[in-house]
Write a protein that binds this ligand. Structure first.
Ligand code: HEM
Length: 225
């Protein structure tokens, strides 16, 4: 349940950030958002498909896939003891989906604060909104390949990213060995409470245990702390 819930929350973000919240991330076909490498680890497609099928059987043509995804992500946070929010329905599904758009527009875990601010600003989102939304990393996992560059051969002066808590870096090196470029090993982003949609992500950052540069820099940079 935790895995799927985290997957659906991430899926909503990846949908909304590209062409708006129009379920374009769900569309099959050549070169759709779904096929973009940045979306390769998204999970939860069948949950939305199953829900759509069930709703269509009762009232055909009324509830869009984008509404279903928005409700599913909200309900996922509630299942994980988060507070949830009111979702307004009546979104319309998009018919256009482009892999390059997902690849070019979604932020990367290697981004620094300026790149993150710019990326969210392009969607009309403020710094505060960005920091709040990033709190979703209180649930779910990151794969070793997404942050391995912070552990080994980081820079000319530091073998390991000095912004990572030293003992945590040691642990991460055990979990993500240098010899293997591992795309399947998963590390929980919030190591304090694994399955709770709470505020501990921010505590993790204050302890310098953020998994990605993009996470840790939100705490380390004065403008977003
Ligand atoms: C601020 C810029 C962000 C960056 C650079 C970023 C990047 C990432 C990366 C690299 C992963 C791990 C993917 C993997 O290894 O498979 C991840 C996971 C996740 N992200 Fe983000 N993300 C950002 C913002 C957000 C936002 C705004 C949300 C939700 C509103 C979100 C929700 C999630 C969730 C729930 C997961 C865990 C997914 C799972 O366990 O399957 N992220 N993110």
């Amino acid at each position: 349940m935790l895995k799927l819930a985290a997957g659906l929350i991430r899926m909503l973000f990846h949908d909304c950030f590209v062409e708006g919240c129009d379920a374009s991330v769900l569309l099959d076909g050549n070169d759709t958002e779904k096929t973009a490498p940045i979306n390769s680890n998204l999970i939860g497609y069948d949950v939305v498909d199953d829900a759509k099928q069930a709703v269509e059987a009762i009232c055909p043509g009324v509830v869009s896939c984008s509404d279903i995804l928005a409700y599913a992500a909200r309900d996922s946070t509630v299942k994980l003891n988060g507070t949830g929010w009111t979702v307004q329905g009546r979104r319309r599904d998009g018919l256009f989906s482009c892999a390059d758009a997902a690849e070019n527009e979604l932020p990367l875990p290697t981004f620094n604060v300026s790149q993150l601010i710019e990326s969210f600003a392009r969607r009309g989102l403020s710094k505060t909104q960005m920091v709040i939304l990033s709190g979703s990393h209180t649930v779910g996992v990151g794969h070793c390949d997404k942050f391995i560059e912070r552990l080994y051969n980081f820079s000319a002066t530091h073998f390991t990213d000095p912004s990572i808590n030293a003992s945590y870096a040691q642990q991460l090196k055990k979990d993500c060995p240098q010899a293997i470029f591992n795309t399947t090993l998963e590390i929980f982003m919030d190591t304090i409470t694994l399955g709770e949609f709470d505020a501990n992500y921010y505590k993790v950052l204050s302890e310098h245990k953020g998994l990605f540069t993009s996470d840790q820099s939100l705490f380390d940079d004065r403008s977003t702390r």
